[in-house]
Design a protein around this ligand. Structure first.
Ligand SMILES: Nc1ncnc2c1ncn2[C@@H]1O[C@H](COP(=O)(O)OP(=O)(O)OP(=O)(O)O)[C@@H](O)[C@H]1O
Ligand SMILES: [Mg+2]
Length: 367
C-alpha cells in the first residue's frame, strides 16, 4: 500500500477530521492515499461518514482538521471549474428545466466543446446507460432508476479525471445493476478515471474495486484489496461486515509460534491463527468462513482439535449446499460445501465432527 504522502498520489486525505456541530467527530483522523486510475470503494454502515468524505473531496464541505490533496494541491485552492470532478450523489439532482440531452450536453458546453463532438459524446453516454430513446424527456418524466442512470451518464460524459459516486445504482433492478457495474468499471479503467465509489452492497464493493475502505464510526477499519479484506480481516468488525462469517467466543489458552489454541466458553478447544491476540488469558472472538469448515475428518491435519456439531438445517442451493449447525452453543454456525459427487448431504438431527486448518480460523479482538 502506498504511503500516506507519496508524490504519486492523486487523491490524499491527510489526518482529516470533520465535525458538523463543533463537538462530535463524524470523520476521525482519516488517512487515505489513492494513485491515479484507482477504483476505490467506501463501504460501511449508515452514518459511518462515507458521504461526508465524498462531500469534502468534492469541496462542498470543508475538513475541520487536516488536508485533502487533489493532484498535488490542497482542494480548497483549486477553483471548482478546474477540479474536473464528475459526481453522482445520493439525491441524483438533474436540472429539472432541461431535457435529458441538455442535461448531458451541459458539462460539455461549459468546457467549450463543439456541437458535433458534444452530440457524439452524449449519444455514447446514453448508450452506456441504455437510455438512447429518452433524449427529449425531462427528468420529471422519468422513473427514479432512469433518473439515476441519466445522472450517472452526466457524471461520466465529460470524461473527468476523478469521479465520485454515492450509491449510484441504488434504484436499479438486479439485472440493470449488474450491467451498470460492469459498464462503470470498464469505462473507469479504459479512460484511466480515478473513482471513489460509495455503496452498502458488499458484493458490489468486492467485485468492482481495486481496493475497499471499510468504514465504521468515522474511521477506516481496514483498507485493502477485495481478496485480502475477505480472507484476512484485521478485526472482528471487518470479519463480520464482509461476507458470511462464523464467530465463536473464548479465551486464548496458549500461543505457539504461528498457532494459537483457544478455549471456547463451553470448554472446547480449537486451533487458530493469532491476529489481535498476543498472550494466554486474553479474550478473543474467532472468525471462520463457512467454506473453510471441513466436515470430512480424513482431510484434516493430524492432531488438530475438532468440534462436535449438530445439523439443524440443510439447504440445497444448486452449486453449493448451505448447512446450519449448532456448534459450541452457537446455533447460527453455517457451512458451505460444494455440490460434488462425493459430497454428502447432511440431515437435520445428525451429529457430525468439524474442523479446519488453523490458518483459516482467525483469533481477532473480543469486539
Ligand atoms: N449536514 C450535516 N449536518 C450535521 N450532521 C450531519 C450532516 N451530514 C451528515 N451528518 C451526520 O454525520 C454522520 C455521517 O453521515 P454521512 O452522511 O457521512 O454517513 P454515510 O456513511 O454516508 O451514511 P449512509 O450510508 O446512510 O448514506 C451521521 O451521523 C450524520 O447524521
Ligand atoms: Mg451516505
Amino acid at each position: 500500500m502506498a504511503d500516506a504522502s507519496t508524490d504519486s498520489a492523486f487523491v490524499e486525505f491527510q489526518r482529516v477530521q470533520k465535525s458538523y456541530d463543533g463537538e462530535t467527530l463524524v470523520v476521525k483522523d482519516l488517512n487515505l492515499s489513492m494513485p491515479k486510475g484507482e477504483f476505490l470503494t467506501m463501504l460501511g454502515p449508515s452514518g459511518s461518514g462515507k458521504t461526508t468524505c465524498l462531500m469534502m473531496l468534492a469541496g462542498f464541505e470543508t475538513a475541520t482538521n487536516g488536508e485533502i490533496i487533489l493532484d498535488g494541491q490542497p482542494i480548497n485552492n483549486i477553483p471548482p471549474h478546474k477540479r474536473g470532478i464528475g459526481m453522482v450523489f445520493q439525491n441524483y439532482a438533474l436540472f429539472p428545466h432541461m431535457t435529458v440531452g441538455e442535461n448531458l450536453s451541459f458539462p460539455l458546453e461549459v468546457r467549450k466543446m463543439g456541437k458535433s463532438d458534444r452530440e457524439a459524446k452524449v449519444r455514447r453516454a446514453l448508450e452506456m446507460v441504455q437510455m438512447n430513446d429518452y433524449q427529449g424527456r425531462r427528468p420529471t418524466q422519468l422513473s427514479g432508476g432512469q433518473q439515476q442512470r441519466i445522472a450517472l451518464a452526466r457524471a461520466l460524459v465529460f470524461e473527468p479525471e476523478l469521479v465520485l459516486m454515492d450509491e449510484p445504482l441504488g434504484a436499479l433492478d438486479k439485472q440493470l445493476r449488474e450491467h451498470m457495474q460492469f459498464e462503470i468499471t470498464k469505462l473507469a479503467h479504459n479512460l484511466g478515471i480515478t473513482t471513489v465509489y460509495v455503496t452498502h452492497d458488499q458484493t458490489e464493493a468486492l467485485t468492482m474495486s481495486d481496493r475497499v475502505a471499510v468504514f465504521d464510526d468515522g474511521r477506516i477499519q481496514q483498507l485493502a484489496a477485495p481478496d485480502t479484506l475477505y480472507e484476512e480481516p484485521e478485526n472482528s468488525f471487518v470479519a463480520q461486515f464482509i461476507g458470511e462469517n462464523n464467530t465463536l467466543e473464548g479465551v486464548v489458552k496458549e500461543i505457539k509460534g504461528k498457532n494459537a489454541v483457544v478455549e471456547l466458553d463451553g470448554g472446547e478447544l480449537i486451533d487458530c491463527k493469532p491476529i489481535n491476540v498476543s498472550k494466554a488469558g486474553e479474550r478473543t472472538r474467532v472468525s471462520i468462513r463457512p467454506e473453510r469448515v471441513e466436515i470430512n475428518k480424513d482431510r484434516l491435519q493430524e492432531g488438530v482439535h475438532t468440534l462436535k456439531a449438530e445439523v439443524l438445517e440443510f439447504v440445497y442451493m444448486g452449486d453449493i449446499f448451505r448447512t446450519r449447525l449448532k456448534v459450541a452453543g452457537n446455533e447460527d454456525f453455517v457451512i458451505k460445501t460444494r455440490n460434488a459427487p462425493d459430497q454428502r448431504r447432511l440431515k437435520p438431527g445428525e451429529m457430525i465432527e468439524i474442523g479446519w486448518l488453523p490458518d483459516d480460523c482467525r483469533a481477532l479482538d473480543a469486539g
